[in-house]
Design a protein around this ligand. Structure first.
Ligand SMILES: N[C@@H](CCC(=O)N[C@@H](CS)C(=O)NCC(=O)O)C(=O)O
Length: 340
């Protein structure tokens, strides 16, 4: 039996959820499509400060946005060649499955089911997060254990829903979920008192609080009830594109480790450290191995900076400390395998 291998066939099979025939080494229908249209299409959250939110001039800003821009810089040499598609928590997965977007960077938690059953691969972790609860200070509640009988606002299609159910069941706490897909509506419901608590990734709660005029009226409760490793997601079946997204993420971490920044990256061109020469694309032909220019990592750092710079620009203003999101060399969890 002969298999017809074409990008179109592969795309249809992926969309249909069937196993696509393996692509030959180096083939990448997603990368080809991005080059042909001159643009990466990235699904993001519509309005979460620090993650993805258009600024007053309509320019998208945030850590998730920067991950999309970094991939555009690696493939197209230009971080502005991205179309950002806002998606709700429910819409995000069908959007990626259908091929409407090339990748998804949307505070999305890496789980077994999302890889094994939805047909995705997580290409890295850009934020080690955990789920928390926010209440109004005036409620006097200081612990999630005091939420017995509470109504809790939550978004559908999230890891958040199941974590909350598990946590309250384990702690014998009765609660009523108020499930709202649109995040603005959900935040307004919480502000208006339609729910006693709002549960989400603690980063998102920090983002909500930081953007309220009366931020001190809201408190994040001390319990963090889950692990939420958030990162960029791609469809299974295009290993080359997966490589590019994954190593773009590692390049940002590696640059921070080497002290390479957006401002000083050019000055490393003549550095004699062999690891830095490979990173800069002077030796090793590593970019070529992924079908990119050898200075792909330089383009990434020029576009968005190293991971620490991306964090400082987007997350530090929310008042969230680096903590476990530091590099492994500074007691954190971010660790990139060698670029060699
Ligand atoms: N990480 C969880 C939760 C995702 C989630 O709810 N993200 C929130 C927090 S950043 C969000 O994007 N809300 C904004 C929106 O839905 O527009 C998941 O992957 O299911």
């Amino acid at each position: 039996m002969r298999f017809v291998r074409s990008a179109a066939v592969a795309a249809v099979l992926v969309a249909a959820g069937s196993a696509a025939p393996a692509l030959a080494q180096g083939q990448s229908p997603t990368t080809d499509a991005i080059r042909a249209r001159g643009q990466l299409i990235c699904a993001v959250a519509p309005s979460t400060a620090g993650f993805s939110l258009p600024d007053s001039r309509g320019v998208w800003r945030g850590i998730d946005v920067d991950y999309c821009r970094a991939v555009a810089a690696a493939i197209l040499g230009d971080p502005n060649k991205v179309r950002f598609v806002p998606s709700t928590t429910v819409q995000r997965f069908p959007m990626l499955q259908s091929g409407e977007v090339d990748m998804l960077v949307r505070s999305t938690t890496w789980t077994l089911a999302r890889e094994a059953s939805l047909g995705f691969l997580f290409a890295g972790i850009n934020y080690y997060d955990g789920q928390g609860f926010m209440v109004k200070k005036a409620s006097g509640v200081t612990s999630a254990r005091q939420l017995n009988g509470a109504t809790v606002c939550v978004q559908p299609g999230t890891t958040t829903e199941l974590n909350m159910t598990d946590y309250f069941r384990a702690n014998n706490i009765r609660f009523t979920p108020v499930v709202i897909e649109n995040v603005e509506e959900l935040r307004n419901a919480f502000i208006a008192g339609r729910c006693d608590a709002y549960t989400n990734d603690s980063s998102s709660l920090a983002s909500f609080r930081a953007t309220q005029a009366n931020a001190e009226d809201y408190v994040l409760l001390p319990e963090i009830i889950s692990k939420e490793p958030l990162g960029p997601v791609v469809r299974k079946g295009d290993d080359r594109f997966f490589d590019i997204v994954r190593w773009t993420s590692f390049a940002m971490l590696t640059a921070e480790e080497f002290g390479i920044t957006q401002a000083n990256v050019d000055s490393f061109a003549t550095n004699t450290n062999p690891d830095i020469q490979r990173f800069m694309g002077r030796t090793g032909d590593l970019g070529k191995m992924m079908g990119l220019d050898n200075d792909w990592a330089v383009k990434v750092i020029k576009a968005v900076g190293n991971f620490g710079e991306v964090w400082d620009r987007n997350i530090t203003p929310l008042g969230v400390p680096r903590g476990i999101n530091n590099l492994w060399t500074k007691g954190g969890l971010h660790y990139a395998p060698p670029i060699r």
